[in-house]
Design a protein around this ligand. Structure first.
Ligand code: NAP
Length: 324
């Protein structure tokens, strides 16, 4: 397993991490979740990702119990704040009040006395940036978090936050969590160059476009039962962003290319997402132990220029800026 520094600041993380959105403790029962975390850990994965909002705190509780069998010094944990956690006007966002309350609630659910990285899940335009940055710095001073990060913030806001942290002598932003895959390459144009310049790492999510990049969906056919695409409680993002016959067909082409090279589509797509120097880690979403076993092989896969060209012939980069 390769380890990369999280950002200019921060610990080293495995190039593959394990996430917990819609999987651990929700689609995946606790016994299999525990087996997944253990197998990942034994394979050298030292980075785990969760959020307060995943299954309304349920993912943190299950992941916390799964990680309890390992020494705290041996893993790096991200959790997040911002998404609604209740009906009240202060039960969401990035105010000092909500950040403090949710951090304490997350620590309790996780059974930990600190999180490695506390992450702002999305921007909150209703809260002054200075309020959020000071609240995060206070948490670090209190020992509840070590570092802070952001997810899906635009490049201009990352630059602004970093400049403000410098000006106020607060802890810098160390890591960003953008969506990135063969079907979503936009971070290459602005986010990756800007974060590199700012000393901020990237741990990327949905690297398989919710499963479309595994080639398991037959073009034009209904999604097989049990898959994310077949579950109306889980498939909204996937259907909105990726669910076209063209993408199903390209998934099959990727699987054929992979088979010709003795590997799988998932491994090719994951190894492809690990290539940019701006990427510190690729976060896996795995519902079963066998998916984890498949995906872990990506860590050993080296893509030569010919294979990268063949992959990108199936998934050409989008035009940037977007064409009118
Ligand atoms: N910051 C954010 O806003 C944000 C958003 C989303 C996710 N995340 C993080 O990123 C992690 C990964 O995101 P994601 O779950 O969307 O990742 P993904 O890799 O794009 O999709 C994961 C899904 O793909 C399918 N899959 C995975 N490996 C497979 C294999 N080898 N063969 C066949 N199918 C396979 C499974 O779906 P089936 O159920 O169909 O088997 C699995 O649940 C999350 O757990 C979370 O920690 C963060």
């Amino acid at each position: 397993m390769e380890y990369r520094q999280l950002g200019q600041w921060g610990p080293k993380v495995s190039v593959l991490g394990v996430g917990s959105y819609l999987t651990l403790g929700l689609k995946t029962n606790e016994a299999e979740s525990r087996a997944i975390v253990r197998r990942a850990f034994e394979a050298g994965v030292n980075f785990f990702d969760t959020a307060n909002a995943y299954n309304r705190g349920g993912a943190e509780e299950v992941l916390g119990r799964c990680l309890a069998e390992f020494p705290r010094s041996d893993y790096v944990l991200i959790t997040k704040v911002w998404a609604p956690m209740g009906p009240g006007p202060n039960d969401r966002g990035l105010s000092a009040k909500h950040i403090r309350e949710q951090c304490r609630a997350s620590l309790k659910r996780l059974g930990l006395d600190y999180v490695d990285v506390y992450m702002c899940h999305r921007p909150d335009p209703q809260t002054p940036l200075e309020e959020t940055l000071r609240a995060l710095d206070d948490l670090a001073r209190a020992g509840d978090i070590l570092y802070w990060g952001v997810s899906e913030w635009p490049a201009w806001l990352i630059v602004k936050a970093q400049a403000l942290a410098r000006e106020l002598r607060l802890r810098p932003l160390i890591v960003n969590q953008p969506r990135y895959s063969l079907l979503y390459r936009y971070p290459e144009f602005e986010t990756f160059p800007v974060t590199r310049q700012e000393g901020v790492g990237n741990v990327v999510f949905s690297p398989l476009a919710h499963g479309l990049l595994t080639g398991k969906y037959a073009p034009g056919a209904p999604a097989p039962a049990g898959t994310r695409a077949a579950d109306p409680d889980q498939n909204a993002v996937m259907l909105r962003m990726y669910w076209t016959e063209e993408n199903q067909r390209r998934g099959r082409q990727l699987a054929e290319l992979a088979a010709a090279h003795g590997t799988t589509a998932a491994r090719l797509a994951l190894a492809w997402a690990m290539r940019p120097a701006a990427v510190s880690s690729v976060i896996l979403g795995v519902r079963t132990l066998s998916q984890l076993d498949d995906n872990l092989h990506a860590a050993d896969l080296k893509l030569d220029p010919g294979l990268i060209a063949a992959i990108e012939a199936i998934y050409p980069p989008p035009p940037f800026p977007p064409q009118a």
